[in-house]
Design a protein around this ligand. Structure first.
Ligand code: SF4
Length: 425
């Protein structure tokens, strides 16, 4: 897919300093029995993973020991044998070595919708993370199986809001706001959350949002309630609400480990948007100092960051927006533009390779990819595809119908507010 000489992140990691030297090896060492359930090397390496984090069985040695060329040849051969029976989805943040095999490339929701254009595919192989595979399962037919090549590819941000903690929070809030709590507070979950939380918001009159439609979704919520409970990403919630003119003192943070989330009753009565204490460890790495340095080194540089970045970073950037926004801004720029981008390194490096007419670099000087996206390696992709060829569906992600039904309602509400843009490929 990439034709430029710009190295992929994987290639660059072999020779450049990264945030963790373990990134240089295949991620299967993390699957060994006895290894603690961690997110592994990369941006989430210091986050604590919940004890129920799914483990991946050890990848058969055959795939661990195969060369890159052999794995690519095996993936291509399996794909050819399977034909229309399989569709491979590749998230923007996946390594190029995986993306080159994808039928569709995009963000999580674009990909889940793209799969709907392939109803004949019995298997949807989602090269992304767990919540994305769940969303694809919600939107696919009963005859389709959604496969996540590495079950340990979760998302540290999504894991920061679990159903029990959100239900506990909801109980406290409805007690505080009175018997009509469901009418006065609307739960909004970011797409980057478990299906269980999408189901929760569906059951409580709430809605799902993406990073490209968060403002329209919040406006929808405020037509229906006085307040919003926004989870799991505090930064997307804060950046969006601030742009709508909501003051910071009306956006208390909800820490699930403290009574009333660590707030006073007065804070909560004054609140317009309650922000869950969650964040993306990839986007948390971006700083104002990095932006200052980019401006000093490259006068005239355009700084674009993802709204999962901290507020001060979004404020200091020239613009902020979803991955799709970033891709389109670069496509539309006149040749010779210099961009400093604040989002996951695999996407930034790929954009740099695809746009040799521009200068494009990541704001973060240290290579530190998303820990969980990194768990999908061509070895796992070859393995799940060859198992499909042998008639075995492995690593299937299924959302139970009692969760799926309200979760689909929450997604349909979002689609009624903002119809989605089409897939990028
Ligand atoms: S980039 Fe952030 S939000 Fe996306 S999967 Fe990785 S940890 Fe989760």
């Amino acid at each position: 897919m990439t034709t430029s000489l710009t190295p992929s992140v994987n290639q660059a990691m072999q020779t450049t300093e990264t945030c963790n030297n373990d990134l240089k090896q295949g991620p299967w060492f993390l699957d060994l029995p006895g290894m603690p359930g961690t997110y592994g090397p990369g941006a989430s390496q210091d986050d604590s993973a919940p004890s129920h984090t799914p483990k991946q069985q050890v990848l058969p040695k055959d795939y661990q020991q195969a060369s890159d060329e052999e794995l690519h040849a095996r993936i291509r051969a399996a794909k050819k044998t399977l034909g229309d029976r399989v569709v491979i989805l590749g998230h923007f943040y996946q390594r190029d070595e995986v993306i080159q095999h994808a039928d569709f490339v995009g963000d999580s929701f674009q990909l889940a919708r793209a799969a709907k254009t392939r109803p004949e595919a019995e298997a949807i192989v989602f090269c992304g993370v767990h919540f994305m595979a769940e969303t694809a399962d919600l939107l696919s037919t009963d005859q389709q199986a959604v496969i996540l090549p590495n079950l340990a590819a979760g998302c540290s941000m999504a894991d920061m809001a679990d159903l029990d903690s959100v239900e506990e929070c909801w109980e406290q809030l409805t007690d505080l706001y009175g018997p009509y709590g469901d009418e006065t507070i609307i739960p909004v979950t970011y797409m980057n959350s478990s299906a269980a939380l999408k189901g929760f918001v569906g059951r409580h009159g709430g809605i799902v949002c993406t990073s490209s439609n968060a403002r329209a979704v919040l406006e929808w919520a405020f037509e229906r309630g006085q307040r919003v409970l926004f989870f799991p990403d505090q930064h997307l919630g804060r950046n969006t609400a601030k742009a709508m003119g909501i003051s910071l003192d009306q956006m208390p943070l909800w820490n699930p480990n403290k009574p009333l989330g660590g707030n006073t009753e007065e804070d909560l009565h004054n609140a317009k948007v309650l922000l869950w204490h969650g964040f993306c460890s990839v986007h948390k790495r971006f700083t104002v100092a990095q932006i200052d340095k980019a401006r000093a080194d490259y006068p005239g540089v355009q700084v674009i960051v993802h709204p999962e970045s901290p507020m001060a970073v979004v404020d200091a950037a020239d613009s902020s927006g979803s991955t799709d926004f970033i891709v389109k801004a670069i496509d539309a720029a006149p040749a010779g533009t210099t961009f400093a981008i604040g989002t996951e390194i695999n996407l930034v490096q790929r954009l740099a390779a695809q746009h040799p007419e521009h200068t494009i670099f990541c704001l973060d000087p240290v290579i530190c990819p998303c820990s969980t996206m990194y768990r999908i390696h061509p070895g796992y992709l070859a393995w799940v595809l060859e198992e499909l060829v042998s008639g075995n569906t492995i690593n299937q992600i299924t959302v139970s119908e009692d969760v799926a039904e309200p979760a689909r309602i929450a997604l349909e509400r979002m689609l009624s507010v903002v119809p989605p843009a089409e897939s990028t490929k």
